[in-house]
Write a protein that binds this ligand. Structure first.
Ligand code: HEM
Length: 136
């Protein structure tokens, strides 16, 4: 579940402030030395060439959940094992403590963080217990 979430909703969506230090030829495109590069980590997780035509569908049963949510190469996230461990401990604890946890607003009512770097919601209202399941 954690890997599929990172694949479909990468928390660091895009990373700017990268510049080519030399000419780069890739897939028929030339990125000239000095050109600005935006690393679109979120897009990589939804690449149909890798994940098929339903790449943008959240599916915990898919075999290949490969993603770049923690980056790639020498700057690969140092905290990735910690982040994975925190999620694997905190989420089961949360659901065990609040088995009736429900969203308090429909998904369509959630407001995104105003950033093209961070992918998230400004708030995630929830009923810890009781409440009714919103629709939409
Ligand atoms: C779900 C949680 C997290 C996500 C999605 C995430 C994502 C990323 C990404 C995409 C990068 C690469 C940035 C780049 O290309 O330059 C990165 C780097 C980094 N992350 Fe994370 N991160 C997470 C949690 C953490 C945590 C918990 C820590 C520390 C406790 C951490 C520490 C770092 C550090 C130090 C770097 C820089 C590594 C370098 O430049 O060599 N991250 N992270």
């Amino acid at each position: 579940m954690i890997e599929e979430t990172l694949r479909v909703q990468a928390p660091v969506a895009n990373l700017p402030l990268r510049y080519a230090v030399e000419d780069i030829e890739t897939m028929g495109v030339t990125i000239k030395k000095g050109d600005a590069i935006l690393a679109a980590y979120a897009a990589a997780g939804r690449n149909p060439a890798l994940h098929g035509e339903d790449a943008d569908r959240f599916d915990v049963t898919r075999m290949n959940k490969e993603h770049l949510a923690f980056g790639h190469g020498v700057h690969f996230c140092l905290g990735a094992p910690l982040a994975r461990m925190e999620a694997a401990i905190a989420l089961p604890a949360l659901f065990e403590r609040f088995p009736d946890l429900k969203p308090a607003v429909p998904a369509s009512g959630l407001l995104p963080v105003e950033s093209f770097i961070s992918n998230g919601h400004r708030s995630l209202p929830a009923h810890l217990s009781g409440g009714t399941q919103p629709t939409g």
